[in-house]
Design a protein around this ligand. Structure first.
Ligand code: BJW
Length: 247
């Protein structure tokens, strides 16, 4: 399943960066965005995932996020998330960058994931910028308000046309520059700037590996494409690494 070159690199002292997308959470029951069963088959992203859409119809956008918060709260991380959390304890220099807002990496034990697109469990006031986490309370009202200034709250996620959190970008840049192996896992590589990160890392010298159930826009540029479900491949990878690290 894995090439000799990848095995060789993993046996040394690599700096590993992993970029994850919606595909890693698919086996937990979180729908992906694009593709056959993707949520954007039914909903248009431009109608919901941008700030203008929110200002136009905050109740509709909140209905969508309340629904997703509820879904995510009731599911569990899968073997892919757990394998990555375990890898982090094996390699001294390990970066996890995620586009996912579902909090599942943290729930699986990953210590410091770089969240590029925010976190659905956090809300932000559009007036004063205060952050809040009272998800349970917020579900009672269709458009929740800030407890400090009564401004309208929004989910603290990154919509189209918005800047990514500067600190996350800074940390992701560092990871790209330092990594010697870069894994792109379960992302269609269509949304910028995350889509370019694997290529940048490769240009900086990383060995680029993609794990996905199907080929993507990134596939022609990778050193190694591993076809399959991340929840199945990552535990096998972990097992292999554990076997040679324990010798
Ligand atoms: C499995 C699997 C299994 C299934 N195992 N695999 C440069 C060029 C062109 C456009 C732009 C550009 N720079 C900026 C843009 C505009 C825009 C953009 O990229 N548009 C493109 C769509 C064309 N980008 C932005 O606006 C970004 N902001 C920005 O760049 O700021 C600077 C700027 C501002 C203004 C102008 C110019 C520059 C912000 C992007 C924010 C994205 N936000 C979302 C929503 C988050 C909130 C929410 O969830 O509600 O983030 S969109 C959505 O897509 C979400 C995801 O994180 C993101 C990526 O999706 P992902 O993870 O790849 O999911 P899928 O569904 O696409 O793919 C799943 C994959 O898994 C598939 O490949 C499956 O095969 C696979 N899979 N099961 C392994 N078991």
């Amino acid at each position: 399943m894995f090439s000799e070159e990848l095995r060789y690199l993993l046996r040394g002292e690599p700096v590993i960066t992993v970029l994850t997308g919606a595909g890693i959470s698919a086996e937990s029951g979180v729908p992906t965005f694009r593709g056959e069963d993707g949520i954007w088959k039914k909903l248009k992203p431009e109608e919901l995932a941008n700030f203008d859409a929110f200002l136009k119809n905050p109740a509709l956008v909140w209905e969508w996020y309340h629904h997703r918060q509820n879904l995510i709260k009731n599911i569990e991380p899968n073997r892919g998330h757990y394998a990555l959390a375990e890898l982090e304890t094996i390699y001294k220099r390990f970066y996890l960058i995620t586009q996912n807002i579902d909090n599942l990496h943290i729930r699986a034990g990953s210590k410091n994931p770089i969240e590029l697109h925010g976190n659905i469990m956090r809300n932000r006031c559009i007036k004063c910028g205060a952050l809040s986490y009272e998800v349970e309370l917020l579900k009672e009202v269709s458009i929740p308000e800030c407890s400090i200034c009564n401004g309208m709250l929004r989910p603290d996620v990154v919509w189209f046309g918005e800047m990514l959190p500067p600190q996350s970008l800074k940390e992701a840049n560092r990871a790209m520059q330092e990594s010697t192996i870069f894994f792109s896992i379960g992302t269609s590589a269509q949304v910028q700037p995350a889509a370019s990160m694997p290529i940048w890392a490769k240009n900086y010298g990383a060995y680029l590996v993609e794990i996905n159930i199907e080929e993507t826009l990134l596939t022609p540029y990778v050193d190694e494409f591993i076809k399959g479900k991340s929840g199945e491949i990552l535990p096998v990878l972990l097992k292999e690494i554990t076997s040679f690290k324990s010798k």
